[in-house]
Unconditional design. Sequence first.
Length: 165
Amino acid sequence: MFKKSMTALALVFGLTGAAFAADQLPVETLDVDDTIQKMPWENSDGALKHPTLPADLSAVIKSELDNRVADNGFIVDVDIWEISMAGDTNLPEDGRFDRLGGFVYISKSEGTQPDYTFPILMHAVDADAVPTDALQTAMIAAFADETANRLDGMNVAEPKAGAMN
């Protein structure tokens, strides 16, 4: 399992809750976890051919969310559960994929069950002419963008100051 954690986001950016637009969900931590190897119904070919995918996805999601980091924000976990090409988890030799899926879990407190969960499945359509590296970059960017858009659309109360301690 490849796990990338960015629990120090609040320290890196030093933003407060006042810096957020009213409709943006504040985020304290972000974890991107490649769980493909843990799930018996999934093939780990994607994890083997793309060992940096969790770190790459984490960096792009972080850049999408960096304007809303707060000490008392929510905890966002992303589990990658599908990397496939034309529905096949056995990727071609070059590792090309056109589907990237996962679940986003949002918690108000560390170590608790998620308060909110939503799936994301990105599927490239008509990408045959797109070079493999460009397709991978686009899939990761689309997943990160969809994650940020879904967080923006959530109607949840912000956690109280000190709730994350």
